[in-house]
Design a protein around this ligand. Structure first.
Ligand SMILES: [Zn+2]
Length: 368
């Protein structure tokens, strides 16, 4: 289907809308697979072309996949053609009447719309089940803290300040170890002669390690972002301009630390659970402002981990100070009611300001 469409496109002819059925005579294997899966392919390809003609810049013309890509197929639930046996852990798909033993991550209610079965490069199979349901979310918990500021760092993954405390979250040790092992496996793979049996074994080990790291990192990012969203009503992060950073030397560590994924998770979880997620303007100098007196330290260099405010004499941990400044932006949000804000200002644990003077910070606007 893709080939016919591509040919017509090249010749500037009207693009045909082929159906899978017309190929069944020539390609007998099409009769072996379930027909809803073929319909899904047809829908995907029509969507891809429609998107392309709507927005050519954003949606490139669809291309052929290579065998190296992740292998997957989608099929629809028509007349109960897809079922899940929660008790015994079986997934029933069209043409697979005996069912497939699955490891079920969670139960769900609602109507199954479709299933996508994919095979990863390390040879594992996954089934993602799309379900229509009335109550999709987990229980929303009452936030303990009104606001929090999240500073993203290289040494520590994040530094967080909320109503009660400032704390740092390290990069997980198991991820660092897994990355060391990945480098060893990469070396071992590149030493093996291409196309040999040992090379294939090494490739599989490498792919498994890649998959492990990506799963472990996602797990870490999901748990951390969920904890922060549960804890706070307003979450403020800096606009790190990830794409800009990626072009620089920092690229590898930034990509590895998963900042942009982390921000994406925070953002949609905030939406799910009715919290406010704010990325401050990229020109807001969260690191350079003294959170105590509002003085802006223009001389602060990237490698300065601590600094002393020349105006009020306070010594700052760079990351903690930045997260406090972001926290203060959060406190200023309308979601935090003035009465609550006054209560906040009355307490002064962990050196947070009683009444922040926000001469400079106050003029910076936060994007909401
Ligand atoms: Zn100061």
């Amino acid at each position: 289907m893709l080939d016919e469409k591509q040919q017509a496109y090249k010749k500037k002819e009207r693009i045909p809308r082929p159906t899978p059925a017309q190929y069944k005579k020539e390609f007998l294997f099409l009769k072996e697979v379930d027909c809803f899966a073929l319909v899904a392919v047809q829908n995907h390809i029509e969507d891809a072309f429609r998107n392309h003609f709507k927005n050519r810049k954003h949606f490139k013309l669809p291309k052929f996949k290579t065998k190296k890509d992740k292998q997957s197929y989608t099929t629809y639930n028509i007349n109960n053609s897809i079922r899940v046996d929660f008790e015994n852990g079986f997934l029933y798909l069209p043409k697979l009447r005996e069912g497939v033993k699955i490891e079920l991550h969670r139960r769900f209610d609602g109507k199954i719309k479709s299933v996508t079965v994919s095979k990863t490069k390390d040879g594992r199979y996954y089934a993602s089940i799309l379900v229509e349901t009335e109550n999709p979310r987990n229980k929303v918990v009452e936030p303990k803290s009104k606001a929090c500021g999240v500073d993203l760092g290289l040494e520590h993954f994040v530094t967080v300040t909320n109503d009660f405390v400032s704390y740092k979250v390290e990069h997980p040790k198991y991820l660092l170890k897994a990355e060391e092992r990945l480098i060893r496996l990469q070396r071992s793979f590149s030493r093996k002669p291409k196309g040999s049996k040992n090379s294939e074994k090494a490739r599989l080990r490498l792919a498994m390690q890649h998959a492990y790291i990506s799963n472990a990192r996602n797990d870490f990012l999901h748990k951390l972002s969920k904890a922060i969203i549960d804890e706070n009503q307003v979450v403020v992060v800096e606009d790190i301009n990830v794409k800009g950073l990626l072009k620089t030397r920092l690229a590898k560590s930034v990509a590895d630390s998963g900042w942009s994924k982390f921000l994406t998770y925070l953002k949609y979880k905030a939406e799910w659970y009715g919290r406010t997620f704010i990325q401050v303007d990229r020109f807001f100098p969260s690191s350079k402002l003294c959170h105590r007196c509002g003085h802006k330290n223009e001389d602060l260099a990237l490698h300065d981990r601590t600094w002393c405010c020349p105006k009020c004499g306070e010594t700052h941990d760079r990351d903690v100070n930045a997260s406090i400044n972001l926290y203060l932006v959060g406190l200023g949000r309308p979601e935090v009611k003035p009465v609550e804000r006054a209560l906040m200002d009355d307490r002064s644990p962990n050196g947070l300001p009683k009444k922040p003077s926000r001469d400079e910070a106050g003029s910076s606007t936060a994007k909401g």
